[in-house]
Each structure stands twice: as C-alpha cells, then as structure tokens.
Design a protein around this ligand. Sequence first.
Ligand code: SF4
Length: 633
Amino acid sequence: MEQNSADLLTLDGPFADLLEGFTTRDCQQQMAASVERVLADGGSCVIESGTGTGKTFAYLVPALLSGKKVLVSTGTKNLQDQLFHRDLPIVRKAVGVPVTTALLKGRANYLCIHRLGLVDQDARYADELAAIRKWARQTHRGDIAEVRSVAEGSPIWSRVTSTAENCLGAKCDDYDECHVKKARQSALAADVLVVNHHLFFADLALKEEGFGQLLPGFKAVIFDEAHQLPEIASDFFGVILTGYQLQGLCRDIRLAEVAEKSGIAELIPRLEALEKAIADFRLTLGEADRRAAWASVEEQPAVQQGLAVLKDCLGVVSQVMEVAAAAGEALGNVWQRTVDLNDRLEMITSRASTDYVAWFETHNRNVILRLTPVDVASAFRERRDNGDADRAWVYTSATLAVNGSFDFFQARLGLEDAQTELWDSPFDFQQQALLYIPQGLPQPFAPDYTQALVDTIVPVLEASGGRAFVLFTSHRALREVAQSLPQRIDFPVLVQGTAPRSQLLTQFRDTAHGVLLGTGSFWEGVDVRGEALSCVIIDKLPFASPADPVLQARGAAMEAEGRNPFFEYQVPNAVISLKQGVGRLIRGTDDRGLLVLCDPRLLTKSYGKYFMKSLPDFPVTRELADVQAFFVE
Ligand code: SF4
C-alpha cells in the first residue's frame, strides 16, 4: 500500500519509535498532506506554520515520499547543516524509501586542494594550517565546517578555498579529487538536495558562484525561512560593486603579473592610479557611514569628478589588461574581472530607471554601489518557470502572514496564484505567556525615549531575574542602553558586537540570569529553550528607516499606481519582522515567557491593530504588578 505523509506522522508511525517524546500534531499532519498534494500536482503553495508545528518534518516526509527530485533551500548554512545532518537522516530512516540526499554550499565552503598545495608556511597560521592539512587527508566532503578547531572567520580560509576567478577548473591537476566539483556532481545526482537561499538565487541569477544548473534538474522546490526570499532575491537580481572588490582586483592583477610577467611597463603605475582613484572616490561621499540614493549625490561636483577619474582609471587598466591577458591564464582571468567590474560601475551609475534604484552605502573605507530592482516579482517570475511550468513550489516560514493575509508576501514574489495555508503555533500562549505593554512611555521619536525605556525595563528585568533578550531596532539605541543598563541591574549584561554572535549566545545560555542586548541578527534564527530565556523586550516597532533609498523607490512606484506604500509595504514588512522577534520567546510546550512591547504606537496608532492581530494569542496587560505576579507563579 502506498505510504501517506500524514499517517507516518501519527503515534502509530515510525517517528514515535525513532524520536523520544514524539507527539502527534494535527497541524503537522495537515501541513504534510498539503505539501504532498502540491508536490504531486505542481503549482505553488505558501504556508505559514507557527513555531512548534514541526514544519521541517511536515515538508521532508512528503519530499522523500514524492519520488521526485526535490530541492530544499533554507536561510543559512547553519540551518542547512542542521537539516542535512540532523533532520534528513531521521526522516530517511522513518520513511524507509531509497532516496539519495546531498548538501551543497557555496564554493567558499569547500577546501581547494590546489590552493592548499600552494599556500606558504606562515607563522601566524601555523597551528591552523597543520589542523587543516591533517583534516584534508581524511575528509570526504571537504566542507570547511568540519574543521571545528579553526574559526569560521579565520583569514586562513580564504587562502585554502577558491573563488570563481582563481579556480583553474578542468585544467587543474587536482580536478579529479576537487571537492567543489564532487559536491556539485553529487548535488545534481541527488533525489533531495539541500542548499541555502543565497546559493539558490546566485544560481538562478547566474551570479557569483552560480553555475546555472540547479533549478533545471529538480521537479520541486521547497523554501524554508521563506520570509527572507524577497530581500535575498532583490540583492541577486540587482548589481553590486564595492570598493573592496576593486581593491581586490588590483591586488590580484599584481599577483598575476608577478606570476606570468606580461612585461608591460605601464601596468603597475596604472594600477597605482586606480587604487588612488578608488580611495579618493570613497572620500567624495563623506567620512561618516551612510546609505542613500545615488541620485542624491550624483550631481555634486566632487562626486562627479571622483567618479570620472575612477571610470577613467578603470577603463585604462582594462585596456592595458587586454594586452597583458595574452601572457597567461591568470592575467586573462583578471582581465575578464576588470571588464566585468567596469561594466558594473557603468550600469550602476548610469542605468537608474523607474525599474531600478541606484544607491550606495559607505562603511569605514569601503563604498558599496548597488542597482536594485524596484519590483522583484517580475524578475523572479521570469526565471522561476525556466521552461518547466509543472514544477512544484512550496514557500514556508513561521512568519509570512499579516493579520491572517498572505497578500504582502505573495505580491512581493509574484505568487498571486499560489494556494495559501496557515497553521498557528500549537503552544498555549494563554497559559504559557504574557504580553506587557507598558504605560507612560513617550512616542518613540522623543529625545527621552531611550532613557524612559531603561526606566521601564529595569523593574521588568528585576521581576524576570534577568533571563532576557532586549531587541533593538537601531544600533544607536542599543549603544545607549548598553551604557546605562549595567549600572541599574545586578545581572550580567551581554552586548551585541562585544563578541561573535555564537559566543554571546553560548554565554547567555550558560549564564543564569543574563540579559542580552541585540539588534539585527538576534531578531531571528535564535533558539534558546527553557528558563534561560524567559523574557523578550522589544524597544520599537521594527519599521525600516523611511530614508532607505530602496524603500523610497518602492514607495514612489506604489504611489504612482495609486497605492498606499505605508499600509501596503512598510506596515506588513514591520509586522513580519516583529513576528520574528516575538518568535524567540516560546520555543517549546514547557516554556513560559513574558513579551514586552514598549512602543506606545501599538495602541495609539490605527496600524497598531495589524501588529496585535498578527501575534499569537497572548493575554495582555498594562500593569507591572501582573508582570511581577507572572514570575512569582
Ligand atoms: S578545480 Fe578549482 S576548486 Fe578544485 S582544486 Fe582545482 S583550483 Fe581548487
């Protein structure tokens, strides 16, 4: 008899034997049945599945049963590893069908045997290199995440991994053993392949390490953490050029010249002129870090002058390199790169239109120039079908709906025809949680807001005994609170930016009563179960900055269509971000926790109700006494 996904996820099914404490969840079985239908019939399905529904098994079981080649894409490399090494083996065992699986990451995650052979002994990295060499002799996958003793961010990795530019491809002496080649081959041959969104979109847009072969080979695609897709797609369907890329190009041209000696005397002086032009152009945009539309500066004489010199220098280097390229393969490769970066500079600074917004960011000495599509939906739609309209697409996440509607997510990716399904979290928020909306805080843009916030959260933290995340919408507010809060409470305060994220989280888990102050990446993908995290405090509703050039361009496009960008874009975007932050609190049926939403606009503005209605069913209080009682219970 044919197996059915929902039946496998019952107490009579195989998971009950394989997983200690496995319980059946109606929502998990229903989601599995929905995914099974889409995989069989094709088409698109958008699924919000609240925290605790068990969505990973709900899509993996039908994926393995489908008999189709399925590509599963998730948000980060860590989630990829978790899915591949922890979840997939369990599901494969439970389902009991012969299915080949593979994991594929970007090129920079695999050891390059050729470059490891070339790397010089360097006293600074002697221990790390010894560990890498030892591992290199025995690894099958060559995935650098296997080397626990060398930090992920260590500079040694860039010397023993490859880039699309420096890889020798089929001409490499180590090609037969090449880990990148082998990973791609097994990826294309697998029944179920696990990738991450960056790799998926790089491939779809033929950017960076994309090799344009992933999608055609698969009959179904499942995106987990799908709420991240519009922003990632937006990056990959656009154009980017950074000052660091240009400086890296100059460095690599020098190295190639040393190795292959074109003998062109003017090459080095031209490179020096280009390096100076890159630095000078950066300075024309002001010293402070900023992010703004290109249109806001392009008429400034200093910027025009700096850009003209930069284009001129890059153009000259490109011409010289065209001649130098004949001297060898490495010089040929860097010439191709010069042409590519030159094209990008031209595109970004002269091709802005109503369809694309040109903008820039500056960080310290780097400048990042970007051309971003205003509408991601049409670009995604075009590439998605790719000659196979029968392919099945599943988009799932705990945070896709706004007030029960998927319109915002669907419109952003052009998925208006998709089926939608929503399963709330099975946790009992009425019993397990409390939402506190403090009284008396000023409007969030008032100058004394952050000070008032500290005054408000101190008694809350005393009641919770620390054990809290305080999530901020800006680095400025985080810094201010990090200055004053430690003097006001007796609990250890951990501050984002003082140590790597993973280290801070380990410290938080190990420190009873810790208070972690974070922004950005701490709003999502953090899983701290149990009492260590009993309170999540959010300073403001997470609206994107109204000065953001991409937001402004998208807003202008919506206004031109007679739409309301605030209610149709900014509010839903902020609702989804808020749901991510709130999702850190209750991670299991035994968790209890307090959510504190400090922003008074939640109750005073008309849009506040969209946020409230999009959250789980919390009991709400405005009284500190209820908070204190909650932690005494
Ligand atoms: S083919 Fe490329 S990635 Fe593979 S070993 Fe050779 S240079 Fe490295």
